[in-house]
Design a protein. Structure first.
Length: 268
């Protein structure tokens, strides 16, 4: 018997930049709604916990992973829903653009550091991560973590597919004039690598940036299962393991790929 569909919630919001306590309060309210709707995981946008356009102030807001687990874990445990939240992570003298996954019991499941930093703005503040594939298992489904610009590199997503990721969770801060990434690139990535992608964006303006929203859950058939507008919203969708298996059988890109032409077996 195949596993039932996996319900997830996408929090499309920029929260309250520079006000972490207000962001935690918004996340608390969203987690309550997500749990009540039967979601197994709630995914936020990139840098949701603090704000994205903090510039030189970013380091002052950075948390160690242990501190982030303490705050987010208590919230997840209270509502019985797993959480993926973007935040600036302090690791010694370095600051990373990170996403933390905690389980419904509040325990740390995975931490990911953005590997492809976008533009001079991010490179001036963050140190890039070095681990391209980070995964965990929730209710039998293999989930992976990635952040925004990372998903625009096809080899990144293919590496996840080859490692067995079924659902890729992508906190995002995607801005004008690049709406085509949300509308077109993300569904193509889901199709060509045969997995689900939850792409969760910020909204409105912050500093010099104007975020486009358009969060989505893209399926392995290459279409939108859920698509947001430009407005703040809590979206719901389902990743169906049975439908994923059927799609992979119909579209055997991973089995048919010529690894001998692209590098060593098992590499994208």
């Amino acid at each position: 018997m195949s596993a039932p569909p996996f319900r997830l919630a996408l929090l499309q919001s920029s929260g309250h930049p520079g006000e972490p306590e207000k962001n935690l309060a918004e996340l608390d309210e969203a987690a309550a709604r997500a749990a009540a709707a039967g979601a197994r995981v709630l995914v936020t946008s990139e840098m949701f916990l603090t704000g994205y356009a903090l510039g030189e102030r970013t380091a002052a807001y950075a948390l160690t992973e242990r501190e982030a687990v303490r705050s987010l874990g208590a919230l997840a445990r209270r509502h019985g829903v797993a959480l993926v939240c973007g935040y600036p992570e302090r690791a010694g003298e370095r600051v990373h653009n990170s996403a933390l996954l905690v389980g419904a019991d509040g325990a740390r499941l995975a931490g990911y550091r953005k590997t492809h930093l976008y533009g001079d703005f991010e490179r001036a503040v963050f140190t890039p991560g070095a681990e391209p594939v980070v995964q965990a298992t929730i209710d039998g489904l293999r989930v992976g973590l990635m952040i925004c610009y990372d998903v625009e590199f096809p080899e990144n997503v293919r590496a996840h597919a080859l490692a067995g990721t079924d659902l890729l969770l992508v906190p995002t801060a995607q801005m004008h004039p690049y709406e085509f990434v949300a509308r077109s690139v993300v569904p193509v990535r889901a199709f060509e690598s045969q997995l689900y992608i939850a792409y969760v964006n910020r909204t409105g303006s912050e500093g010099e940036f104007d975020f486009v929203g358009l969060s989505c859950l893209a399926g392995p058939e290459g279409g939108d299962l859920v698509r947001g507008s430009a407005e703040k919203a809590l979206l719901f969708g389902e990743a169906d393991p049975a439908a994923l298996a059927e799609s992979r059988a119909r579209n055997p890109y991973l089995a048919d790929r010529r690894a001998d032409l692209h590098g060593a077996p098992g590499r994208a």
